[in-house]
Write a protein that binds this ligand. Sequence first.
Ligand code: NAP
Ligand code: ZN
Length: 385
Amino acid sequence: MHHSLEITTQHKPISPSLTQTKEKQMAKSPETEHPNKAFGWAAKDKSGVLSPFHFSRRDNGDNDVTVKILYCGVCHTDLHTIKNDWGFSYYPVVPGHEIVGIATKVGKNVTKFREGDRVGVGVITGSCQSCESCNQDLENYCPQMSFTYNSIGSDGTKTYGGYSESIVVDQRFVLQFPEGLPSDSGAPLLCAGITVYSPMKYYGMTEPGKHLGVAGLGGLGHVAVKIGKAFGLKVTVISSSPSKEDEAINRLGADSFLVSSDPQKMKAAIGTMDYIIDTVSAVHALFPLLGLLKVNGKLVTLGLPEKPLELPIFPLVLGRKMVGGSDIGGMKETQEMLEFCAKHNITADIELIKMDEINTAMERLAKSDVRYRFVIDVANSLSPP
Ligand code: NAP
Ligand code: ZN
């Protein structure tokens, strides 16, 4: 089965409930289904081209926080979704799940936030709160989980993300944004940061002095380098872009750099790594990566290419190696990760763009030409036409 279909059935599926929503939405347009006018940029079809879009947001409920969006990071997941790479995009799609903003309204049951607080919103904005995963602070694995966009929210309507002026979110899915973190370069931590931090903790990839490989030096990868260094690891980047070597070492703090297409260097590095975090967004071979691992080594795949990867069994069996996966992180761990990054001065290296530069940014992201996360200056560049 195509792996994206598994995601769909696992995670708030698009099929039955989106069909129902589609029916509801035929009755009510995105612009009138809620009382409050909203404005953002949306992809209208699988060309993925983003353009201005008028829609609406719900009233701020008793448990809700309304967030005026300042900055929103551009994740490769946004690109996969606007292009319908996984086959479950439901247009129009307003992407964006690395949101930093200011709480402008809080409901009467909201205890964690006050108006004026700087807050974050990440990849998830709802979960059932009663399943085994939710009970373990793993809302990210809740079968009823709602994503921040292209999903069905707790109120039964379609979710629209952070490429927009504001968002209304249940307080349980809002994060306190630590004082030490800048709003712009801190925003990518809300997806890229937690996505690499969570598996490092869960799979025991934090032992100081051990050797971590990071495959793919983009948004997730460059944060993995920084977090790996903060845990005291030796970090090697495994990249398809020779031009990133100097920055990887001199700016991001990696200890060494391997070009994946250089057979000699790859050969010399066989059996040297304890762990690998694989963030590559496209279909690629796992065989060379598994070869880089020592006996008992662990490879965690985080990228979500549109087609399945081939899993070579021999190196796994003969070296007692392990391949695992991981999906963002729960709310508690995401808060913990933000504090960790604030303490260790970890932020993303960003290229700040205006809203109307997003289509060019997406074209560059598709070519791995990003250093190392685009962030949209939403508050200063989004205005209704
Ligand atoms: P990104 O910024 O585009 O980085 C991906 C990197 O992968 C590129 O910079 C490039 O690095 C490498 N790459 C791309 N195409 C390649 C190819 N054909 N062959 C070899 N290497 C290639 O993307 P991102 O935002 O970090 O996201 C990475 C992936 O993780 C995406 O698939 C995204 O959907 C997924 N994701 C998963 C989670 C999760 O919870 N598991 C969360 C967020 C994102 P080099 O130039 O160094 O080779
Ligand atoms: Zn993301």
